[in-house]
Write a protein that binds this ligand. Structure first.
Ligand SMILES: Nc1ncnc2c1ncn2[C@@H]1O[C@H](COP(=O)(O)OP(=O)(O)OP(=O)(O)O)[C@@H](O)[C@H]1O
Ligand SMILES: [Mg+2]
Length: 308
């Protein structure tokens, strides 16, 4: 089945995009899904967070500007079934270089084509930078859906209205008509504060079932894990953070299941149909070719035959 591409984005900084990308990806891999994590942020936090050293020239940059294949940048990680397209500072250059290209919104989508054709992954999770610049726009143009982490704080809703407007623009302009909102994940929840509880209620009131039931709590272990280059499941598999991200992965899979079942059904029908095609092209009767009758160009119709 073709991989589903999920952009993890929110133009607000520090809301938990990278923490969610890395840990959701790791938990999906733990649940036997084949996952590619693409670090599309020049800060390269997802790269170091999964334990990969930044290296000059190792990022999506070349593929974005059409000078290389994205596959050649894919590396495996310490987590089974989880691969990574790393990032490094050079990727920042694509904000300028991609912007100069004619088809500047579709650069990432094009670079993903050959990866998708390999059918190696179930999910491609793209960690976006904290802006609505060229890299995030490219991720959103390539994505099937957008997952928005928001921090349980007062200004959370403000950021949401900006990004939902952008999704509508991308749909209506035809850049990505099928872009869906995968969901909103509330992060860094501190149940001891009234504010956090009010924000959760407010977001649920406005966005209904777009909001994931799983709420990621504020957890020191989650903030420590990246400095050890480990997802939370490896750093402290029994912590509240690990429990939350495992639950998020379960909910994510459950929400995607009807769509996946539908796609699998269509693909199997196409497969069966192709296997059982009983049209024999040789036995196809030849269609007699009608002789071409030249009609004289005459403006006056022929006079009716005289009746005897
Ligand atoms: N649930 C959590 N509990 C405690 N700390 C967290 C939690 N989620 C994220 N953090 C910490 O908060 C900081 C910001 O998180 P993260 O890097 O995931 O956000 P981001 O949206 O990717 O940031 P940026 O916009 O800079 O890319 C990090 O130091 C991270 O370790
Ligand atoms: Mg980040």
């Amino acid at each position: 089945m073709r991989a589903r591409i999920i952009a993890v984005a929110n133009q607000k900084g520090g809301v938990g995009k990278t923490t969610t990308s890395v840990n959701l990806a790791a938990c999906l891999a733990e649940k036997r899904k084949r996952v590619l994590l693409v670090d599309l942020d020049p800060q390269a936090n997802a790269t170091s967070g999964i334990g990969v050293d930044k290296q000059p020239g190792r990022s999506a940059y070349k593929a974005l500007i059409g000078e290389g294949l994205l596959e050649t940048q894919i590396i495996s990680t310490s987590v089974k079934r989880l691969d990574l397209v790393p990032s490094e500072l050079d990727l920042a250059g694509s904000e300028v270089d991609v912007a100069r290209m004619d088809d500047y919104l579709h650069a990432f989508r094009k670079s993903l084509r050959s990866v998708l054709a390999g059918f190696r992954y179930d999910y491609i999770i793209v960690d976006c930078p904290p802006s609505l610049g060229i890299l995030t726009m490219n991720a959103l143009t390539a994505a099937d859906s957008l997952l928005i982490p928001i921090q349980c704080e007062y200004y959370a809703l403000e950021g949401l209205s900006v990004i939902s407007r952008l999704v509508n623009q991308l749909r209506e302009s035809g850049a990505n008509p099928g872009l869906e909102i995968e969901g909103i994940v509330m992060t860094m929840y501190d149940g001891r504060t009234n504010l956090a509880q009010q924000v959760v209620q407010e977001v649920a009131k406005h966005f209904g079932d777009l909001v994931y039931e799983t709420i990621v709590p504020r957890s020191v272990r989650l903030s420590e894990a990246p400095s050890y280059g480990q997802p939370i499941t490896e750093y402290d598999g029994n912590s509240t953070g690990a429990v939350a991200y495992r639950q998020l992965a379960r909910e994510f899979i459950a929400r995607n299941k009807p769509r996946e079942d539908r796609q699998a059904e269509v693909e199997s029908r196409i497969g069966t149909a192709l296997e059982n095609v009983d049209i024999d092209p040789v036995a196809e009767p030849e269609v007699p070719v009608e002789p071409v009758v030249e009609h004289p160009l005459s403006e006056d119709p022929a006079p009716p035959a005289a009746t005897p």
